[in-house]
Design a protein around this ligand. Structure first.
Ligand code: NAD
Length: 251
């Protein structure tokens, strides 16, 4: 078993389930002390109990990543408790309306997905990087999506915000390129998680049909590449969006 994250402290947003939980599991099993930030308190409690039962150093914080005060306070708690932050993975996110033409896409839905998927990514980066700067070391990883690179039709909000996350990663990655802090993103195609449970079947079929491997990706596959990007080994990679799309992406 590798021990790449011994003595390291990580924040993982959206860590109560899905991809965030999978990445938490992977890096905790390799020695990281992990703080899960999630808006769903009940689920968070259950997930933390699961990790604790395995003897892993995982704690939970109820945080709404779209809310500046909530983010600032929670990151401050990490600073006070652990005195350091090596890793920040931003996996919290929502899908918003699917199979919906822009003409029918409400402004309220657009504003809601903006607040969580893009404003949340900005806030988490802003507060994490401030703490990482103290030690001149850090690994920031955002969950973008193939939808942000190619644009998924009938998901205006999701496609726009994921494209925004890609811009954030590229810009901030360059801002910190001369420090020990890297900022990267992942652009998965469809991964089997609860996020897709309510996606309209025709939308899911469209997205799966576009994957040359003709299957959904797994959380373990995401966690595997994430763990490398989050490790010290990934030292010449920043401002980049890594592919995870079963052959769908062409750039
Ligand atoms: N599953 C996929 O097919 C897929 C593909 C590409 C990208 N992604 C992206 O990966 C990330 C994780 O997706 P997932 O499939 O694990 O989703 P998920 O629904 O399984 O988990 C998302 C988690 O985020 C939390 N969350 C939602 N809003 C929050 C907020 N405001 N503050 C804090 N936590 C909040 C939820 O409670 C949940 O625990 C998302 O950003 C998603 O857009 C997923």
């Amino acid at each position: 078993m590798l021990n790449r994250f011994a003595d390291q402290v990580a924040i993982i947003t959206g860590g109560a389930e899905g991809i965030g939980k999978g990445i938490a599991q992977r890096i905790a099993s390799e020695g990281a002390t992990v703080a899960l930030f999630d808006i769903n308190g009940a689920l968070l409690e259950r997930t933390v109990a699961e990790f604790t039962a395995k003897g892993q150093a995982v704690t939970g914080y109820v945080v709404d990543i779209s809310d500046e005060i909530s983010v600032a306070n929670a990151v401050e708690k990490i600073a006070q408790t652990f005195g350091r932050l090596d890793i920040m993975v931003n996996s919290a996110g929502i899908v918003g309306p699917t199979s919906t033409k822009i003409a029918d896409y409400s402004v309220d839905d657009y504003d809601k997905i903006y607040r969580i998927n893009l404003r949340g990514a900005f806030l988490m980066t802003k507060y994490a990087v401030k703490l990482m700067e103290k030690a001149n070391y850090g690994r920031i990883l955002h969950l973008a999506s193939i939808a942000g690179k190619e644009g998924n039709p009938f998901m205006t909000g999701y496609s726009s915000m994921k494209a925004g996350v890609i811009g954030l990663v590229k810009g901030v990655g360059k801002e910190y390129a001369e420090t020990g802090i890297t900022v990267n993103g992942l652009a998965p195609a469809v991964i089997k998680t609860a996020l897709n449970e309510h996606t309209a079947p025709e939308q899911l079929a469209y997205m799966t049909a576009k994957i040359p491997m003709k299957r959904l990706g797994t959380v373990e596959e995401v966690a595997s590449i994430a763990a490398w990007i989050l490790s010290k080994e990934a030292s010449f990679n920043t401002g980049f969006i890594f592919d995870l799309s079963g052959g769908r992406a062409t750039y």
